[in-house]
Design a protein around this ligand. Structure first.
Ligand code: HSE
Length: 403
């Protein structure tokens, strides 16, 4: 029997216990041995919970127990979670986590520590919830040179944008409703400002390159400035607006960024709606492949953690290779990136826009006389920013990039 401990009995942690118990036959068979949850670490007590007797409050009890071979870290954050993970790996206990903040901040160090101690640090649940994307990048697409990854990596923002699109409602209204229904956190900043997607694309980019992509170097913009009017223009152009997290090889450098983009109907990510996530991977031999599913939620995320527990159980005493070195990847400044941009101005200022931007497409909405939309030619970010800065007095809302 292989004994497991779960750190943090919140949504994901309780899901992990549930998956191990509900799918016991399948889980044990695939692990090659019976798995049993011996401890659940939490600050709280859970009177009446079926696993109440397994709850402990002292990590020391877990770390000193020789029987514990695998630990699920579902606490989140980079404080105690980091400390406990280091202690566990140093003691030769494998750790499986859903904690993208910790993986993005300390991935290479923890992977190396696991390797030194002949155990594993696995993080399938850290990106895309239940969607298998880490394992395909690590084990399946190993013959590929991955050239680009583009993802919808945050369920909350995709839900909000889908609702805005379908109901014509504004951001604040939809966010409030999403919070009431429990689809958005009470403090939604990490999601709506793009920080969550930033951590996730940092992890995927690092696996794509085998080098470390520092999440602090990733240009990140959220969705708070997107309006229902922007969606009216997008619809007129047969486009949608999605928060994309992308990473692309650009010669010697890598471009990684998170921002709202207008994408065409033909784009594979156009049909990804609601809380769903998807990751679109471009390999130099395979070409395009896409991974789609539930990017968040108790059981999908827990299922991914348990898939890592099974992998650890199958590899006790052996290291599962993961190519993510501490060497920093060379990141490209977005100033030099070329693309089209959409923006809106007050009616009556079209001449000024045309004079400044030259070749530019005008988009008019029926029944909207007070403003005009424009789509630029392909131009560098810095060139666009320079020109757009000159029309700050007539611009309405925020510019949006086209993908
Ligand atoms: N808040 C995240 C999301 C949860 O909405 O996608 C999964 O990381």
């Amino acid at each position: 029997m292989i004994q497991v401990a779960v750190l943090g009995y919140g949504t994901v942690g309780s899901g992990v216990v549930e998956v191990i118990e509900k799918n016991k036959d399948m889980v044990d068979k695939k692990a090659g041995e019976e798995l049993s949850v011996k401890y659940i670490l939490d600050l709280r007590d859970f009177p009446g919970d079926p696993y109440e007797s397994k709850v402990v409050h002292d990590f020391g009890q877990i770390i000193s127990d020789e029987e514990i071979k695998i630990i699920c870290e579902t606490m989140g954050g980079v404080g105690a979670a980091y400390e406990f993970t280091r202690q566990a790996l140093a003691a030769g206990k494998s750790v499986c986590t859903s904690n993208k903040e910790l993986v993005a901040a300390h991935g290479p160090e923890l992977i190396a520590l696991a390797k030194e101690n002949k155990c594993n640090y696995l993080f399938e649940a850290s990106v895309g919830g239940g969607i298998p994307i880490i394992r395909p990048l690590n084990y399946s697409l190993t013959a590929e040179r991955i050239e680009a990854i583009t993802g919808i990596l945050n369920g909350t923002t995709n839900y909000i944008l889908s609702k805005m699109e379908n109901e014509g409602a504004d951001f604040d209204v939809v966010l409030k409703r999403a919070q009431e229904k429990g689809y958005a956190e009470r403090n939604p900043e990490a999601d709506v400002e793009g920080h969550d997607a930033c951590r996730k694309i940092a992890i995927l980019s690092s696996l794509m390159l085998g080098k470390n992509v520092d999440y602090r170097q990733i240009y990140t913009e959220g969705i708070t400035k997107i309006t229902s009017r922007d969606f009216e223009y997008a619809k007129k152009m047969n486009m949608s607006i999605k928060l994309l997290a992308l990473s692309k090889e650009m010669g010697e450098e890598t471009l990684a960024m998170v921002a709202p983009f207008m994408i065409e109907e033909s784009h594979p990510l156009h049909m990804v709606n609601g809380v769903f996530n998807a990751v679109f991977v471009k390999g130099n031999m395979l070409g395009d492949s896409m991974y789609y599913g539930r990017g968040a939620g108790k059981l999908p995320t827990a299922s991914a953690v348990v898939s890592d527990v099974i992998d650890c159980a199958r590899h006790l005493g052996k290291v599962i290779m993961c190519f993510w070195d501490a060497q920093e990847a060379k990141m490209m400044c977005i100033d030099e990136v070329e693309r089209k941009f959409f923006f809106r101005v007050k009616a009556g200022s079209e001449e000024k826009v045309r004079a400044l931007f030259g070749d530019i497409e005008e988009i008019r909405l029926a029944d909207v006389a007070e403003e005009t939309g424009f789509v630029t030619r392909i131009m560098k970010e810095k060139e666009f920013a320079g020109l757009y800065g000159q029309i700050a007095d007539i611009a309405l809302g925020e510019r949006i990039r086209l993908e």
